[in-house]
Write a protein that binds this ligand. Structure first.
Ligand code: HEM
Length: 233
């Protein structure tokens, strides 16, 4: 199943929206929330690393990894390496981002893993890791048999998109949760910061919508000649 539109323009929109989302989260954490730090007396600066790395890693670089089969007019083998490296980087940044959230809690005397967001977050990072390891072993090294690859590919695509959608939904939950804490602490409900946080979440969702649209649209010319290449669901 594929939409009767070319993927390329959709991937361009995704790149632009992704850059906008990244700028928004940086303006929020640096201008409104005091900046980012791994070691700090003000523990909120440690927390700020969390949304920045989750957005940059799992959502934006993860989205670029998903789109790489559609956005790059390269040979299948090259795109496979780009796909797995980008997902590896996304996973690494996601893990460091989650460690930052735990570090902030531990150094501030706040309990860990009490919220729905944190439970889904552990699920997301675990499934993302499993998906990466299975994909690496089956499609790259040591590589499964032809039959195993054929059977695994549609599962890999559907499972990968499901985990990605879960990650995007969980980011929205994270923005909601943090903004609710801040509003309970006194920031204005209709103030600039509140709008910025809500619109950052909306921009993230728009990015993900274009990632998914590009996956289910037509590959570029190079790929149509590329027999046995990744094909959309
Ligand atoms: C897919 C992306 C994300 C994942 C996998 C994720 C995962 C997690 C995890 C596992 C924790 C628990 C840390 C602990 O208990 O010590 C956590 C905490 C937190 N995260 Fe995220 N997060 C993501 C994105 C975001 C974003 C974009 C925000 C926006 C501000 C955010 C806000 C929070 C907040 C406020 C906490 C502390 C409260 C709590 O534990 O629920 N998260 N996150």
């Amino acid at each position: 199943m594929a939409l009767a539109v070319k993927a390329f323009p959709l991937t361009v929109v995704s790149h632009v929206v992704g850059i906008v989302a990244m700028i928004m989260v940086l303006v929020w954490t640096i201008h409104f929330r005091g900046g980012l730090a791994w070691e700090a007396v003000n523990k909120n600066l440690i927390f700020n690393i969390h949304p920045v790395l989750m957005l940059l890693g799992l959502i934006i670089i993860g989205g670029e990894a998903i789109m790489s089969y559609k956005s790059l007019p390269l040979r299948k083998e090259v795109k496979k390496v780009i796909h797995l490296v980008l997902h590896g980087v996304a996973l690494g940044l996601g893990i460091v981002g989650i460690i930052a959230a735990f570090k902030n809690h531990n150094e501030s005397g706040i309990a860990n893993l009490y919220s729905l967001h944190s439970w889904i977050g552990i699920g997301v990072i675990s499934l993302y890791g499993l998906q990466w390891v299975y994909g690496f072993a089956t499609f790259f090294y040591p590589g499964g048999s032809g039959d195993l690859r054929r059977v695994s590919l549609p599962w890999h695509v559907v499972f990968g998109l499901a985990v990605y959608v879960l990650a995007v939904g969980n980011s929205a939950l994270g923005f909601l949760e943090k903004l609710t804490f801040l509003e309970s602490g006194g920031i204005p409900k209709y103030g600039t910061e509140a709008f910025l946080v809500n619109f950052t979440a909306i921009t993230t969702i728009i990015f993900a919508v274009f990632v998914i649209l590009s996956v289910i649209s037509q590959p570029c010319a190079q790929q149509e000649d590329d027999h046995g290449a990744y094909s959309a669901i």
